[in-house]
Design a protein around this ligand. Structure first.
Ligand code: PLP
Length: 411
């Protein structure tokens, strides 16, 4: 008889978004005329930039002619895209990685989830808390998490990020083998400066730890002191893998494209102590389990870097960042303590008077008809916090923020 991977059975049902939907539906049934504004979703709302749709159309035409038709492509991505990424995201920023360090994929969720395939089950994992849930859940699936006790997995090291440490995680007291860092951060919208990230790179080198650096929100960075890539930090090319995504950068959530950088200099050890290049293993993994991102989509991603593409993407990002700025001002004016929203599309706030994340969710829904995400859904240290996203329509965001500014927050 076939048996299952028991690790999957350890995972609790993902209850956050279904609970949100159920509370919103219940409210709507009771108040059918209410004008609910949703600010909980982490999905973009603007359509694709024109340069991208033009590239898509052209690529579709390529597929219609035998002289330009593309069947299976290279598993690692077409050279035209890898070279374009290399130049624009790295070489032009003074970072020296190579084109074959870059693996194009269908997005950062797949890659951050699949990367565990090449790691042993005995690795000790560290995550920031709150956290993008994919890092934790995929390590549960991989048998690296232990047991769930009071909301925490017994073998995972949780690095708490709260107002107490300004959302900058402290170095762990117990040495992890693998450290997941996501900056700009989802859900808190906070960042690490170059100096703060250097602390982690130095720690990883000194302790022979591997950093998984998720830079899915890199395009939202506005401040000079915030690094766009971990490879801006000397030594990171020896200890870090970086994940990037076109989803939030260029509206690709429905198209699906991202990439992962695994420098050939990053290694991990075998049981006999020998070092193995992770680039070689990831390449092997991708060639076996992945048949490449669609040609059409890779042409669309290439167009993000054209002159028109860059200008259109900038306009799109500014639209969301303008929302974020307005949200930050309005939430602050309402007396809330707000974080993020400067280099990220996420606003993270402390719930007033120490009420729980879910109590605040109900309050916002009932009193202002605004839907957000309870912070506790992202980890135990998210309790007492709440997330709003800046991905909404500008006019709707203005209406929501007027409601917030007029709000009398009472118990
Ligand atoms: N990483 C983080 C931190 C995210 O918040 C998200 C999506 O919300 C992803 C990765 C997934 O990106 P993609 O759409 O490329 O799979």
């Amino acid at each position: 008889m076939a048996s299952v991977n028991e690790n999957f059975l350890k995972l609790p049902e993902s209850y956050l978004f279904s609970e949100i939907a159920s509370r919103v539906n219940k409210y709507k049934e009771a108040h059918p005329d209410s004008k609910i504004i949703r600010m909980g979703i982490g999905d973009v709302t603007l359509p694709l930039p024109k340069a991208v749709t033009e590239a898509l159309h052209k690529a579709v035409d390529d597929m219609a002619s035998s002289s330009s038709f593309h069947g299976y492509g290279p598993e690692q991505g077409y050279a035209f895209l890898r070279e374009t990424i290399l130049k624009n995201d790295f070489t032009d920023r003074g970072i020296s990685i190579e084109a074959d360090d870059i693996f194009v994929s269908d997005g950062a969720k797949s890659d951050t989830g699949n990367i565990g395939d090449i790691l042993g089950a005995d690795n000790v994992i560290a995550v920031t808390d709150p956290v993008y849930p994919v890092y934790v859940d995929t390590n549960v699936m991989g048998g690296r998490a232990g047991e769930l006790v009071d909301g925490k997995w017994s073998k995972i090291i949780y690095m708490s990020c709260t107002t107490a440490n300004g959302f900058v995680p402290s170095l762990p007291t117990e040495r992890p083998d693998v450290i997941y860092l996501c900056y700009p951060n989802n859900p808190t919208g906070t960042t690490l400066t170059r100096d703060q990230l250097k602390v982690w790179v130095d720690y990883a080198i000194e302790n022979d730890s591997l950093i998984m650096f998720d830079a899915a929100y890199e395009a939202f960075i506005t401040e000079e002191s915030v690094p766009h890539s971990i490879y801006e930090i000397p030594g990171a090319e020896k200890c870090a893998i970086e994940f990037r995504s076109f989803s939030k950068t260029a509206g690709f959530t429905g198209l699906r494209c991202g990439y992962t950088v695994v420098p050939k200099t990053v290694t991990a050890k075998r049981s006999n102590g020998d070092r193995v290049s992770l680039n070689r293993l990831w390449n092997r993994r991708q060639c076996t389990k992945f048949n490449g991102t669609a040609y059409i989509i890779q042409r669309a991603a290439e167009a993000v870097y054209s002159q028109e593409g860059k200008a259109q993407v900038r306009e799109m990002l500014n639209y969301y960042l303008d929302n974020a700025r307005l949200m930050k001002q309005s939430l602050t004016a309402a007396g809330l303590e707000v974080f993020g929203g400067v280099n990220a599309p996420y606003l993270w706030m402390k719930t007033p008077d120490g009420i729980s994340s879910w109590e605040f969710f109900d309050k916002l829904l009932n009193e202002l008809n605004i839907v957000g995400t309870p912070g506790v859904g992202f980890g135990p240290s998210g309790e007492g916090y709440f997330r709003l996203t800046a991905f909404g329509d500008k006019d709707q965001t203005k209406v929501a923020m007027q409601r917030i500014r007029d709000w009398k927050i009472e118990d």
